[in-house]
Design a protein around this ligand. Structure first.
Ligand code: PRP
Ligand code: URA
Length: 208
């Protein structure tokens, strides 16, 4: 069964309280989503392999270390886009692939409208980004798409999850670790996470 990590860190809790607050402005929402994403990925990447590299400091030569394999970020459009910039600030060499999915409001099943990935998904650490793990359908589908294209080392990172979404991902992808800033109570009748933060895409892009 896949590992589930729910981070308990004062900075993450503080920023999540801003993100969840319905009175938070679009700008503040976007900034905090970006910052929490970076904090999560700092932890999630702590087991990445490094290799030696000889460099010269202003004083002398030394053996330093650098990342061994590429990192690929794959935001699930739209809301995953809000997580990219903060993580890119930490890992400027990361490549970005995209998968566009929306949740059909009646069937709640994911529908793909765009998918483009760099070749580095074959050898790199692929981090799937989506702030909301609700039924888990979107994340599971995106991960399956990446596996079908040959990705091996896949990790999922989100802001808010719930037991239903975690169970679905663990069942469909027991090899993919799940990293979250918060695990909420569950889903309401429209499959929104409660207490959650509302519609993340709308709040990021000011579309409601
Ligand atoms: C939201 C969210 C996830 C999905 C989660 O996207 O960003 O991708 O719902 O729900 P699930 O776990 O039940 O699949 P949405 O479909 O609203 O599209 P959007 O990001 O374009 O707004
Ligand atoms: N998508 C969202 O944006 N929010 C939820 O609570 C569930 C799915």
């Amino acid at each position: 069964m896949s590992k589930v990590v729910v981070y308990k860190h004062p900075l993450i809790e503080h920023k999540m309280s801003i993100i969840r607050d319905k009175n938070t402005s679009t700008k503040n929402f976007r900034e905090n989503v970006s910052e929490v994403s970076a904090l999560l990925v700092y932890e999630l990447t702590k087991d990445l392999e490094t290799v030696e590299k000889v460099i010269e400091t202003p004083l002398t030569k030394m053996v330093a270390r650098e990342l061994k394999n590429p990192v690929v970020l794959v935001p699930i459009l739209r809301a995953g886009l809000g997580m990219v910039e903060g993580i890119q600030n930490l890992i400027p060499s990361a490549k970005v692939g995209h998968i566009g999915l929306y949740r059909d409001e009646e069937t709640l099943k994911p529908v793909t409208y765009y998918a483009k990935f760099p070749n580095d998904i074959l050898t790199g650490c692929v981090i799937v980004l989506d702030p909301m793990l609700a039924t888990g359908g979107s994340a599971s589908y995106a991960i399956q798409t990446l596996k079908d294209k040959g990705a091996k080392d896949i990790r999922y990172v989100g802001l808010v999850g719930c037991p239903e979404g975690v169970a679905r991902l663990q069942k469909d992808h027991p090899d993919v670790p799940i990293y979250l800033a918060a695990l909420d109570e569950g889903l309401n009748e429209k499959s929104y996470i409660v207490p959650g933060l509302g519609d993340c895409g709308d709040r990021l892009f000011g579309t409601k």
